[in-house]
Design a protein around this ligand. Sequence first.
Ligand SMILES: Nc1ncnc2c1ncn2[C@@H]1O[C@H](COP(=O)(O)OP(=O)(O)O)[C@@H](O)[C@H]1O
Ligand SMILES: [Mg+2]
Length: 277
Amino acid sequence: MSIISVKNLTYIYNEDMEDEVIALDNVSFDVEEGEFIALIGSNGSGKSTLARLLNGLREPTMGEVLVSGIPTTDSKRRFEVRKSVGVVFQNPDNQMVTTIIEDDVAFGPENLGLPSEEINARVDWALECVGMSGHRKGTPFRLSGGQKQRIAIAGVLAIKPKVLVLDESTAMLDPRGKKEVMDTIERIREKEGMTVIMITHFPEEASRADRVIALDKGKIVIDEPSHTALADVERLRSYGLDAPLPARVAYGLKQRGVELGEIVTARELAEALCRLK
Ligand SMILES: Nc1ncnc2c1ncn2[C@@H]1O[C@H](COP(=O)(O)OP(=O)(O)O)[C@@H](O)[C@H]1O
Ligand SMILES: [Mg+2]
């Protein structure tokens, strides 16, 4: 069974009103356990709406979302669904609830009604996962943006979700903060084998995923291994998206008659250029 199964999902805001918006239009895909998916798409393409549907914060207008086979509309099992899919949002400041870091990370497991030893163990583990163990007793206010976002991720991890969804969680960070968060995601994937769906505007970040799903005006227009998805500069452009810089350089050279093949990473570009000599 897929860990997430999205079937003919349509989501309409303000249905039958003048300002009706079809945010998701007949979207279908499955996510298998352990996958690392980048969800891309220009502004307003429906990415955040999809994130909220994946953990039952919103319910489908048509179609369905199943989490480990449970429909997100099953009101008796809503709690199970919320617990299975943890979402980290864009602005870390809106995700901090207390003034001491360990309390912040403990907030989720406390709401699950777990015994205090278990909560403690989860806080330890979650802070370790994001590389912030040394800050346990500190306050979130003095942290950098990247550190705050790592604490927000720890808070979601402490719930032990099966799937971690990050909705442009690096968008507000400086380059160093972005790198911290990306490295954290990679560490969690390596150590815990967690299923990750990362919504991002940055093609270089998407290239770290195994699979890329692109939305355009609420429809899935690409669902492929990340390498082939991100190497196709022209197709990405047609949806208002950028390819990673090395792919764009290779594309520019191709137009001048220099064929380098399918290039996504800087390393691939460097190797292909070396082979030219
Ligand atoms: N609360 C809302 N009410 C009405 N329309 C909304 C609301 N949230 C988003 N939308 C609209 O739904 C579409 C998809 O938005 P969103 O899912 O936020 O896209 P993305 O995250 O890809 O930028 C956009 O046209 C947006 O204006
Ligand atoms: Mg969004």
